[in-house]
Design a protein around this ligand. Structure first.
Ligand SMILES: [Zn+2]
Length: 436
């Protein structure tokens, strides 16, 4: 009797414990387990011929991804990770999976426990055809430090650009009246590009087109990058120059080490100013605002040219170097500066080593720069006509005397202004291309 009773008791305790355990397990799954999160699923929206997708999973116990097209169901991923967080990189090649171009549905199932699960159903477009790309016009060569203009044609492209080494030059869609206006998927693109002074002789320019799915088409341009010999010059720096010019540039009145102060202005400040130019160079109007050859400062003498390799000496020792990226033009003191061509003032103000500076945007990434000014007579955003007086020359910034630093920027990179003063070069290299 006693043993019967006690075994019944044990049985009850066991059942009770089991109920508690189940309740605890349910409570744990309901309240303590977080819902799984999958980040990056929007990348399935469009799938190119070779698509890499990175997904980040959180609170995962299992994940199952498949792509479905018609009756076909192909597993892309199945995993039960040990860690709570995991990053997955999937490479999808629709052709290898026997998937057709067109629509498909990607299903992402993720579970964290018995109650916590999520499902994403993504309507996906498979597009494995790269955009067609054709080079219509491009110069046969571009010298180091100079610029070029090309006309490209692309079909079904989302972005088109020219690449050289680590440089990327943005294209602009051709204006209304051409194919783009007729609603065709084939558009023509205009692009100004450069061979910056430190690009390498023989480097290859590429035209690159991407479509919305990420398919890519690359064509190398027949344009040769020719080497250029730049002048070598030396400049002597003394304490008087450091006190008069470098001190205010660095915002310091008491310079104890003139050499490191000069290096700070000539190297660090220069570098940050060049970065600023690239930033400004990206904000260009999508149309050509200028016409004819650029104007050179009236009655001016060329004091320094583009690409001059300068070594600075202090007490007969070389202390720093730089490459001069424009033309130094000297006239009388406080000479009137005309806008070299028509455009919109993109920058008007102090710009470090360039001193008081004006940058005029001529469209499609082409800009002109006027440095070391004493007086600025225009405002940012103002439309300017070629020949209009915009400033007076001076010696602000890192300048030894009154002169104009005139620069041409191509997407923010300084190139030689020389050909831009030449009506024939402009006709042959730009205007004739636009007519075709
Ligand atoms: Zn200069």
């Amino acid at each position: 009797m006693n043993s019967k009773k006690s075994s019944k008791k044990i049985g009850l305790i066991l059942i009770f414990s089991l109920v508690i355990l189940i309740a605890a397990y349910i409570a744990y799954n309901l309240f303590l387990i977080s819902t799984p999160v999958i980040e990056g699923t929007e990348a399935f929206n469009s799938i190119s011929a070779d698509k890499t997708i990175t997904l980040k999973g959180k609170n995962l116990k299992s994940i199952d991804i498949s792509i479905n097209q018609g009756a076909k169901k192909i597993s892309l991923l199945k995993d039960a990770p040990a860690a709570k967080e995991k990053t997955y990189t999937l490479q999808i090649k629709p052709k290898d999976l026997n998937l057709m171009d067109g629509s498909a549905i990607v299903i992402v199932d993720a579970k964290a426990g018995i109650f916590k699960k999520v499902r994403h159903e993504i309507n996906s477009t498979i597009d494995t055809i790269p955009p067609a790309l054709e080079i219509l016009n491009t110069p046969s060569f571009v010298n180091q430090g100079s610029s070029g203009f090309a006309v490209l044609k692309a079909k079904d492209a989302d972005s088109v650009f020219i690449k050289l080494e680590d440089y990327t030059f943005k294209t602009f869609k051709a204006p209304a009246g051409t194919e783009s206006a007729r609603g065709s998927n084939t558009l023509t693109y205009s692009v100004f590009f450069a061979a910056p002074f430190n690009s390498k002789e023989g480097s290859v320019f590429y035209a690159v087109a991407y479509d919305a799915a990420g398919n890519k088409n690359i064509k190398s341009l027949p344009t040769k990058l020719k080497g250029e010999k730049f002048k070598i010059s030396t400049i002597n720096i003394d304490d008087a120059f450091v006190n008069r010019v470098v001190s205010p540039l660095l915002n310091e009145t008491n310079i104890s080490d003139p050499v490191s102060a000069f290096k700070k202005a000539n190297e660090n400040l220069r570098e940050s100013n060049l970065k600023k130019l690239i930033e400004i160079g990206q904000k260009s109007e999508p149309k050509i605002l200028w016409g004819g050859p650029f104007l050179q400062l009236k009655n001016s003498k060329v004091m320094a040219t583009y690409g001059d390799k300068r070594t600075y000496f202090y007490k007969e020792k070389p202390i720093s170097s730089s490459v001069h990226l424009g033309y130094d033009l000297a006239s009388t003191e406080n000479a009137m500066v005309e806008a070299a061509n028509s455009g919109i003032v993109r920058y008007a103000g102090d710009l470090g080593i360039y001193g008081n500076t004006i940058i005029i945007d001529h469209g499609l990434g082409l800009m002109s720069l006027y440095g070391h000014l004493s007086t600025i007579l225009v405002k940012e955003g103002q439309a300017i006509n070629k020949g209009e007086i915009i400033a007076r020359t001076g010696s602000t910034g890192l300048a030894g005397g009154d002169h104009l630093h005139f620069g041409i920027l191509m997407h923010g990179y300084e190139v030689t202004p020389l050909p831009w003063w030449d009506a024939h070069w402009i006709k042959v290299n730009i205007l004739d291309y636009l007519k075709q």
